[in-house]
Design a protein around this ligand. Structure first.
Ligand code: ZN
Length: 250
């Protein structure tokens, strides 16, 4: 079988468009965006990129109005694709924000991969990011507590169809995954390309894409977006509805 990518929606986050998605426009406009994970398989190895978001009460604590529809937990969504959690060999995390790594402990046979800088920051986040990483300083338990990760430190060719590469800016140790398929290179961007409007030109500033609103480092964010768009034939975003235009890629 050739390499296939299946988008998986584990719920919706309510956020301010200008603050998160389109830097410089859309402030005060509340939108619900999906939270995207991806199953990547060549028919032999089963790789998950991100495990998605939490159940509604915790999601609502993060961003009021956010929710996980009934049956949308990552294992329930994988069941629709006839994949059991125990069959997942590898999970690649783009980053460790709460809405990308919930329920990772359901995957008993998987190896977890993350960028070293992201793990370091997640284990000891800045006070401004306690909530994003569900820090124990807030009397909650981070989803990655006690989990052993394999860490990467730069570009890393995982196998003959998956290459990880650093895309910091949204958070300190963000990474994206380039997937070689018969239909070209698909980049699973994570939150380094947040949603569909980020792939549209920024008319106001004369740019071919629209920088996003949520970042720890604006220059790294910009450079990572450029890198992804340059590398990809198709960009699969972290929170865009567009990834559901197809049930499977390519
Ligand atoms: Zn994020």
């Amino acid at each position: 079988m050739s390499v296939k990518i299946y988008p998986i929606n584990t719920g919706f986050i309510r956020l301010d468009k200008g603050q998160y998605i389109t830097s410089g426009a859309g402030y005060g406009q509340e939108v619900d965006v999906p939270t995207n994970s991806f199953l990547v398989t060549d028919g032999n190895e089963k790789i998950l990129v991100d495990t998605g978001m939490t159940e509604t009460p915790r999601a609502d604590w993060h961003h009021p109005g956010s929710y996980q529809p009934e049956g949308s937990r990552i294992d329930q969504k994988l069941a629709e694709l006839r994949v059991a959690p125990g069959e997942i060999d590898t999970i690649i995390f783009t980053h460790l924000h709460w809405d990308h790594c919930a329920n990772m402990k359901l995957f008993k046979n998987a190896t977890f991969w993350v960028h070293r800088r992201e793990l370091d920051f997640a284990l000891d986040p800045h006070v401004l990011y306690y909530k994003s990483y569900e820090s124990e300083n807030l009397d909650v338990e981070p989803p990655f507590k006690g989990v052993t990760f394999k860490t990467v430190d730069g570009e890393y060719q995982y196998n003959d169809f998956v290459t990880l590469f650093p895309t910091p800016g949204h958070c300190p140790g963000h990474q994206s995954a380039a997937i070689e398929t018969e239909g070209g290179v698909y980049v699973i961007a994570g939150d380094a390309v947040f949603a569909d409007p980020n792939l549209e030109p920024d008319e106001h500033r004369g740019l071919s894409f629209t920088p996003m609103g949520r970042y720890v480092n604006v220059f790294e964010m910009f450079e990572s977006m450029e890198k992804i768009i340059d590398k990809a034939d198709v960009v699969l975003t972290g929170h865009g509805q567009g990834v559901y235009d197809q049930k499977v890629y390519p």
